[in-house]
Design a protein around this ligand. Structure first.
Ligand code: FAD
Length: 424
């Protein structure tokens, strides 16, 4: 019996779980090499922006929450900011998440509030020196942020909710919590059901019948949340021994008992793959802002290989099904979708732990860039080449890497679970 081994078609996507798993072994290696190159490892970010929605006092004082920034002199010269940013964002001073985004001065194609790289508060971060992992950030501050993000998922007063309790088993796999060390602390009975193949079970999108676009919005944020949880459990700090190691109990409680969360991670994966594949599209491709070009031949080749890999899955996600029809309604829905996603990106400035804020901003920006690449059609349905800033491309590649790494981590947890069963 296997845990977290979904099978069949991924809901709302055009691909199946097995294909993703097959592709990921090679894709992960390639994107892992790519993100280590100089172009992709340095990210310029403003970690000091004020939370536009509430007074955030929940600053995380744990050492693990801090970010080691890089001095500009450490950054290869060609990547240093040397121009005025073409996009500036004006954060609303005191607004409620969900209220209309009137003060946004970003271009109409953006799905995110991008940081102004020329702000004196923007700093360079070497992502390799600041891995995303367990920091100990939790409690009311973290909860408030997640809650606000899920509230953005509320279109026209209707929002998706997770099922109140884990879905029942779809037929294969039972998690035996008694196998876990310290399981008594969980207080749950052994043999908890739920699982993986329950991906055939009803969708997690609540009881209301929702249109594809609204389901996609929910899946994107739930998939991101689940992926972050997987990273936390995979690089977990045992506070007694001071050792970093995967924590199976953490994974079972946060992910395995909620199979729809894992399904949403696969969903994010296919959407990001689809966006990466669009980078290689010669007619509808992208261009980087001047001054942001990739000049290193090896990096270009590595990016090409990643794009090639992303194109191997012929149908990952069919964006043409979204906002289809040249109607006023579908145009308005797209505007709403974009605005809500922008709000999610500005909620990231409310995260009270610098390391979490860094990776939250980067991953939301990465998904936003993917959306920008996929939904670049104008009102008349004509596609325009997409113009990206360096930070958008860096965040797209790193966000795809994080999700690919999550799927690798799930394999580790499957093996750990099997080991525990053998020993029991
Ligand atoms: P949380 O993960 O806080 O979840 C809150 C509630 O949301 C749950 O009770 C559940 O009802 C619901 N929920 C959970 N997962 C899903 C899902 N996938 N889909 C739908 N609903 C869901 N901590 C770190 O240690 N390292 C980090 O790098 C880090 N990055 C973060 C980035 C952001 C943007 C935020 C907001 C938080 C981050 N945190 C990080 C904190 C971390 O995500 C958790 O909030 C924290 O570990 C407490 O977890 P929890 O078990 O209370 O539930």
């Amino acid at each position: 019996e296997d845990i977290c081994k979904p099978t069949g078609k991924i809901e709302d996507a055009s691909c199946d779980f097995e294909t993703v798993e097959t592709i990921n072994s090679q894709f992960f290696r390639r994107i892992d090499d790519l993100r280590k190159t100089d172009f992709f490892r340095y990210y310029k970010v403003d970690l000091f922006k004020e939370c536009p929605y509430w007074n955030e006092n929940g600053l995380c004082m744990n050492r693990a929450c801090s970010v080691e920034t890089s001095d500009e002199s450490e950054i290869p010269e060609e990547f240093r900011s040397k121009r005025l940013s073409s996009v500036t964002t004006a954060a609303p001073s005191e607004v409620t998440p969900g209220s209309s985004d009137t003060s946004c001065s970003c271009s109409s194609t953006e799905f995110c509030h991008l940081d102004d790289e020329n702000s004196s508060d923007a700093v360079y971060v070497d992502l390799l020196k600041n891995p995303e992992r367990f920091t100990g950030y939790a409690g009311p501050s973290a909860n408030r942020v997640w809650k606000s993000i899920y509230e953005e998922n509320c279109f026209e007063g209707v929002k998706f909710v997770e099922p109140a309790r884990p879905l029942s088993s779809g037929g294969s796999g039972f998690i035996d919590k008694s196998l876990l060390s310290g399981s008594s602390a969980l207080g749950g009975p052994a043999g908890l059901s739920s699982l993986m193949a329950s991906l055939q079970a009803p969708s997690d999108s609540g009881e209301n019948e929702q249109c594809l676009e609204k389901r996609v919005f929910y899946r994107l944020i739930s998939g991101l949340h689940a992926s972050i949880s997987i990273h936390i459990c995979h690089e977990f700090l045992d506070q007694k021994t001071g050792q970093w190691s995967p924590n199976l109990e953490c994974f079972i409680t946060r992910i395995a008992e909620h199979p729809e969360r894992l399904q949403n991670v696969y969903f994010d994966y296919v959407l990001l793959m689809r966006a990466l594949s669009r980078l290689g599209d010669s007619t509808e491709g992208f261009s980087l802002d001047s001054g942001d070009r990739i000049t290193d031949r090896q990096t270009i080749e590595q990016l090409d290989r990643v794009i090639h890999n992303a194109r191997e899955c012929p149908s990952t996600f069919d964006e043409a099904q979204m906002f289809s029809g040249q109607t006023r309604e579908s145009f308005e829905l797209k505007q709403q979708f974009r605005q809500h996603f922008r709000n999610v990106s500005s909620i990231m400035d409310c995260v009270g732990c610098d390391k979490c804020r860094l990776w939250g901003k980067l991953q939301v920006n990465g998904i936003g860039t993917a959306l920008k690449l996929l939904f670049n059609g104008n009102e008349a349905g004509e596609r325009k080449p997409v113009r990206l800033q360096r930070s958008e491309l860096v965040s797209l590649v790193n966000a795809a890497h994080r999700v690919a790494e999550s799927l690798r981590a799930v394999e580790t947890f499957r093996e750990m679970y099997q080991e525990q069963r053998k020993l029991a």
